[in-house]
Design a protein around this ligand. Sequence first.
Ligand code: PMP
Length: 388
Amino acid sequence: MQFHERITAELGQLKERDRLRAVPEVTSRDGRFISIGGRRLMNLSSNDYLGLGDDQELRRVYFESCRSGLPPLGSSSSRLLTGSHPLYDELEQELAGLYGREAAMVFNSGYHANTGILPALAGRHDLVLSDRLNHASIIDGMKIADARWERYPHGDYLHLEELLEAARGRYRQIFIISESVFSMDGDLADLRRLVELKKRHDAVLIIDEAHGTGVFGQRGLGLTENEGVTGEVDIIIGTFGKALGSAGAYAVMDRVVRQYLVNTMRTFIFTTALPPVTLGWSLLTLRRQVGMQVERRALLALASRLRSEISALGFEVPGESHIVPVTAGADSRALKMAAALRDAGFLAMAVRPPSVPENSARVRISLRSILGWDDIAGVAGCLGGLRR
Ligand code: PMP
């Protein structure tokens, strides 16, 4: 079959199964609202959890600070060639200092971090144990790595321990990798348990705080800070693209691990560095969010109220964070719920396989500290009309 015919047929199959995706026609995005296809909707689908990405005042502060010289808009090369910049050093030192760790490293994105770290560290004689609901970028990282990998049922640390026992003595090194705040279920990993397991089994623990950064912890360092384990997790990964309202990602670690990654991590070595203008903005939003405890508390309280209102209607709403997934089951039902919300003026996306396991489609509401109860009070009422 000709190339175009074949892929057109595959697209047709996706459409039949309610799985065809398209890039939304975003015409503007400001504060609480987003305009899609000319319609202004309350944005319940943004990862800008603290509203920093849309903060006009902070943007002005940044532009003001650039008056004496705008940081370059491009970086010219990869970091090991000529693409590094004093802002990289400043940002990495700031991160290491905040986390009380020896070293930090900034990456182009969380996707680069997750597809680069495991392949660099885990080789042929190693084993990676990963939570079943870990993000696609972690799965891709495991697929690229030469190591063996296995997934343990989501949050099932007894099962993880069995896998660790069974692996004892059979591998050079065992790695455990988990998200802290799960991106699609909004629930939390038991980080103290994971630290205890990693210690007992001499494993290396990697925690992806993509959705925890900025939201959890006294200084917004994530769930690791909340649980008092920032010094005990071998590598903590965070992103600048979500609560920090910028782009890129980081990890904190011991100095020797950084040195090893600088020498072996292909998604670090073989990609053009981030534009310094982005690094300067990341530094500003990172510093700003440290003091946003009031916003963090308000965000989690808002989520808890919405969760109880929607569960009271008979929906299953897992998790305990600012990510509020409303379980639908069938893809078509998730699409129907998202459409009803959209008709009522709310943008919350239907999430379908392969982003989530089969038969667990959902509407994913992600809340932000710039939203108040009045902004979202209509959500439960709207879903109430669709009760099972
Ligand atoms: N890890 C997790 C848990 C994520 O949810 C995401 C983004 N959705 C990433 C990593 C990738 O981060 P980035 O968007 O910076 O590539």
